[in-house]
Design a protein around this ligand. Sequence first.
Ligand code: PLP
Length: 363
Amino acid sequence: MVVPILDLATEIEFLWDDLMAAITRVLRSGQFILGPEVEAFEREVAEYLGVKHAIGLNSGTDALVIGLRALGVGPGDEVITTPFTFFATAEAISLVGATPVFVDIDPRTFNLDPELIPAAITPRTKAILPVHLYGRPAEMEPILAIAEEHGLKVLEDCAQAFGATYSGRKVGTLGHAGAFSFFPSKNLGAYGDGGLLVTDDDQVAEMARMLRAHGSRRKYHNEMVGYNSRLDALQAAILRVKLPHVDRWNAQRREVARRYNQLLDGVPGLVLPEITEGHVFHQYTVRILGGKRDAVQQSLARAGIGTMVYYPIPLHRLPVYGHSEGSLLEAERVASEVLSLPMGLHLDGVAQGGVVKKLIESL
Ligand SMILES: *Cc1c(COP(=O)(O)O)cnc(C)c1O
């Protein structure tokens, strides 16, 4: 039995005719940079998310960079974020000249622990950047309350949480802006790089539109130093094919998670993820206790079962940020325990049963 952690072939096969029609339409139009296809996607995705502005960008990383700059974050500022995330979260803060200030996570949610945020606020703090890790919405209510009290901006990193909801609202629409990634493996993925910034704020949106086109509203009338960071028309057309299916796919992911939790219930040495409201399970991630994680991963690999460790090194321990060990204990502990199991539309009951059986044998 071979079970990859991720398999896009099922989805591509299912959508084949619609994808070919969309790609052909763009090729025949001759319009590859911005234009009607990108505008149509921006309209449709804004309506889906329930937000005023959606700006198609080159990648999720650029969405974070452009989002931070559009919110006024720059050199000398501090941005509070989680150390337990993909590097791009902190990298974006550094790229705009600001400093990431890492606050420890709640190991139960894998997300920023809101109770620890106030102690990290200084006169230089400008923003909070929560991540909805693995598709589980961060604790936005206390985060927004702290931001309000201290006059801070909130940029949500929604790269892993397209379609996730918090108190009935889509993530990305709760803070001042939300950044999404369409990297192929994400819950809504393109077939190449892509990203999106969303906001209800007209000025933030206008700034983001300028920044993605070399800091110009009008061609050759550049007003600031920006980026070349536009969503490709081809990717926009592909995303338009996929967007109408994303709620069903997210529901299937939750169903896979529910089955895992049922099959693994009560197994000693394992901590299972909670199936909370609005969680879209970009990853189904367990904690393996007792220092056995790496051995379990190797044993699953020998059996043909793909797993991943997201993420083995908390960002504050990377040489670029270089904080000493023992400063953010929960993130450090969890990084040595997490293992993400196969997740997606390719997992039928048989494959999932095989994964679970082998996992239990390996423990
Ligand atoms: C994927 C990801 C990003 C970066 O997105 P790209 O489109 O690959 O640039 C940022 N943050 C998180 C949490 C991610 O998972």
